[in-house]
Ligand binder design. Sequence first.
Ligand SMILES: C[S@@+](CC[C@H](N)C(=O)[O-])C[C@H]1O[C@@H](n2cnc3c(N)ncnc32)[C@H](O)[C@@H]1O
Length: 254
Amino acid sequence: MVSIGFMVRHGAARRYRSLQEKDTIMDESSSALECRKEKPIADEADFKTHKKGISKEEIVQAYSEWSKNGNYEAEMNLICYQGPFIAAAALAECINEVDRSSQYILDLAAGSGRLGEELAKYGFTNIDALDASDGMLKEAEKKNVYKKLICEYFDNDTDIPDDSYDVLIISGGMGEGHIPANSLKKMRKIVKKGGLVVIVMRKQYLSCVEDYENLLPMMTKMEEDKEWQTVSQKTVADYSFNNQGMVFIFRVLH
Ligand SMILES: C[S@@+](CC[C@H](N)C(=O)[O-])C[C@H]1O[C@@H](n2cnc3c(N)ncnc32)[C@H](O)[C@@H]1O
């Protein structure tokens, strides 16, 4: 496995020269304090969207509710939640600047479109957004960075055709009742040979979300079966509310 040291170039809150620099600054600055101030509100909303046994319908309802009046954007601000920064920087590290505009990208569980915005800053301009919540997609539409908006709950039964995208990227879409573990194969299938699957998620979910108990073994099995190859697997600090995150990048081999 190759570990990457990607650069975070953009951001409304702060610009970092590297993720290492980000970790140092986040520890020293008032950002941690600001984050703690926001935490109770966002924690409550986070609880609603990640409670044990949450159904598809409840997910859609909870996120649509949270999206109203820009509440999701305000509470999950880029000081407290770094997912979109981290995901966009990780992808940019893998693809040369000149090739970025030709990459056809699926932002899976796009939410309010923060990742699309970050990707656009790096020169990725060919992006579709998929999300289960109509309310979140309405927010994403306002960002004017997506070619297509797809409202569906993504699972193994999605009818997105095989080999549709060069890149499938997820920031914050994994969690209790969220994107199911058994849709990994589907993710791989809808990405073209040589393309990338990028998954950025809270590390804790690998152990506390029952459906993800087999996520790592499934990823490994797909590597053994030569369906994809690990480009990098990295733990990052301060993914959200001072929790660590995981950044998985796979290259599709089939
Ligand atoms: C925490 S938000 C992350 C949104 C965005 N990617 C970001 O980083 O700000 C999680 C999003 O995942 C969506 N979601 C959860 N499970 C999903 C699924 N199986 N298919 C599609 N969207 C899903 C929710 O509707 C919500 O908008």
